[in-house]
Design a protein around this ligand. Structure first.
Ligand code: FAD
Length: 335
């Protein structure tokens, strides 16, 4: 393959993922990508693909994008990998972005490869930290070798430098609709290159997964091996708090709680307002997934458990005594 002239590539793109609503990871990426463009001097470009997405394009500007590219067509609703992949690829080939960031959701993981392979881009999956070096090379960090090390992956010779980013690791910025002149003229509708007749897939039915997304939960009651297979006290506390249930890997490995609810390095990253850790020791791999929680309450019968180092409030005691008492208190007084 001939050597690529990387100087032809510029700007940082963030994919704004829309399914009825915008996936929160899109706004998280937009906020974090701003720290990259502040260093490189590139434009921060939001990419919106969908049907009737003008309002979302405006929101992308209000959330910090310098420009927005919009591919608006019924062919993009509902999501399918082939039209999204083909449209995204065409835009990448025509406009040559230097860095492309995509949420590491089912959708992002599904179509990112359809862009990266034909364009010979470098794609790093499940990234948890991003930065750029002095030459503007993306430093994509992610757990590797089963989470034992944090690897920094760079792509010096190919463009774009692509990454799918784990939801929940960055904080979204609030939209600012105050600067109306900036909002005007920065949205560009691009040519839609996909035709329904060329699509090889058809959506026959959409089935909503009943498993709650713990990354979106405002309150979480998380259980560790200390529950010894008895979820009842934690479930009652969760119900009283209107909280989602989450778990450590030890609990998931035992089969007591579904893997979609695992918090930590090899699970999900959460940042709820309230995180109640019940019978959790506080291993570093777990803490990595919850240490951005606003308020942490830990219940453990071992006063030296490391989880107390990460808790705002600690209760030393048997969870089978403490949880029912807490539940009663919440039911009586509310929260
Ligand atoms: P334990 O460490 O066994 O702790 C149980 C706690 O319950 C103890 O502190 C004990 O004092 C307390 N306890 C027991 N009985 C009671 C009682 N009756 N009342 C009150 N407290 C009680 N872990 C994750 O959670 N998420 C990950 O994503 C993850 N990824 C990993 C990746 C790698 C590469 C590796 C090597 C490990 C990973 N782990 C992960 C596992 C992690 O190292 C710990 O083993 C795990 O988090 C421990 O889970 P735990 O706290 O439930 O269990």
């Amino acid at each position: 393959m001939t050597e690529l002239d990387t100087s032809e590539y510029a700007d940082v793109w963030v994919f704004v993922e829309v399914h009825d609503d915008v996936m929160p990871v899109s706004w998280e990426l937009l906020a974090e990508a701003k720290t990259l463009t502040a260093k490189t001097g590139d434009d921060l470009v939001a990419l919106v693909i969908g049907e009737d997405v003008d309002g979302i394009a405006e929101e992308a500007l209000a959330r910090g994008a310098d420009r927005v590219l919009v591919a608006d067509d019924p062919v993009f609703e509902p999501y399918r990998a082939d039209p999204y992949g083909a449209q995204f690829r065409a835009m990448v080939e025509a406009r040559k972005p230097s860095i492309v960031l995509i949420g590491g959701t089912h959708t992002g993981r599904d179509f990112a490869g359809r862009v990266a392979v034909p364009t010979h881009a470098g794609l790093t999956a499940d990234v948890t930290e991003i930065d750029v070096d002095d030459e503007g090379i993306l430093q994509a960090r992610r757990p590797a070798f089963g989470g034992d090390i944090l690897a920094t992956i760079v792509c010096e010779d190919h463009r774009p430098q692509m990454a799918t980013i784990r939801p929940g690791v960055f904080e979204a910025a609030d939209p600012n609709y105050a600067c109306e002149t900036t909002l005007e003229g920065s949205i560009e509708r691009v040519e839609v290159v996909v035709d329904e007749a060329d699509c090889i897939s058809e959506v026959l039915e959409r089935v909503v997964d009943a498993t709650a997304d713990i990354t979106e939960a405002e309150r979480i009651v998380a259980v560790g091996a200390g529950i010894e297979g008895d979820l009842e006290p934690a479930l009652e506390l969760a119900e009283a708090l209107d909280a989602e249930l989450a778990a450590t890997r030890a609990v998931v490995d035992e089969g007591w709680v579904d893997g979609a609810r695992q918090v930590g390095q090899t699970g999900k990253t959460v940042r709820p307002d309230l995180y109640v850790a019940v019978g959790i020791s506080g291993a570093i791999q777990h803490v990595e997934g919850m240490n951005k929680s606003e308020t942490v309450i830990a219940i453990n019968d071992d006063p030296n458990a490391p989880i107390f180092d990460h808790a705002d409030y600690g209760i030393v005691g048997d969870l089978f005594d403490v949880c029912p008492q807490l539940t009663e208190l919440v039911q009586e007084r509310g929260i």
